[in-house]
Design a protein around this ligand. Sequence first.
Ligand SMILES: N[C@@H](CCC(=O)N[C@@H](CS)C(=O)NCC(=O)O)C(=O)O
Length: 224
Amino acid sequence: MTYQLYYWPQIQGRGEFIRLALEDAGAPYRDVCREKRGEAQLMRILGPRAAFAPPALKAGRLLLFQTPAILHWLAPRLGLAPRDEAARARLLQQQLTIADWLAEVHDTHHPIASHLYYEDQKREAKRRGAEFRRVRLPKFLKHFAEPEKRFSYVHLSLFQMVEGLRYAFPRAMRRLEPRGLAALHDRVAARPRLAAYLASPRRIPFNAMGIFRHYPELDDPRRM
Ligand SMILES: N[C@@H](CCC(=O)N[C@@H](CS)C(=O)NCC(=O)O)C(=O)O
């Protein structure tokens, strides 16, 4: 089975959480929108009623949207989740919390509207960013500070959160990052297939269009 991933070609974004699972498992997949005329293919599956927003995964006749739902379906097939229903439900619960966390990261630079420029909501972003660093970031980090021993797709997603947050908020992360999460990050980065992926051109670099953006004015202030 060759899986087909549909996601905006310029950013890691939410698509990256699915890419990491496919890459770690060594699963055959096409990153459809990064091929020729890829965005046109994305538009074709984004019918006004079929779906709300990418990422999407196509597997045979199944077309599935929503990052946590895709991972929930995919992970047992890739050996990244047990088949036991209760255990899978608990992983989905954690992935949904990660999705909430990711949305809050996005809202630090787009607190008013995602369709407006950052430059048009900078003042609000500064306030939102400060509250995020003061209250929400420590709360999420603490929640995931001691990851479960049994490896799953949630570990891959937590790796991506750490990577992204270190890029977006380097000073705050130096202050707040729990040891358990740093250790998880290093363990995941050393997995052979994942290490190969991260070093390859398939890994899109972080940039100023993605969900994780580095605006120094939203990070902890530099010490004088
Ligand atoms: N909850 C959805 C969110 C999907 C989403 O917001 N996708 C973004 C890109 S990362 C998008 O294309 N949004 C367009 C829109 O909301 O109109 C998921 O986890 O897949």
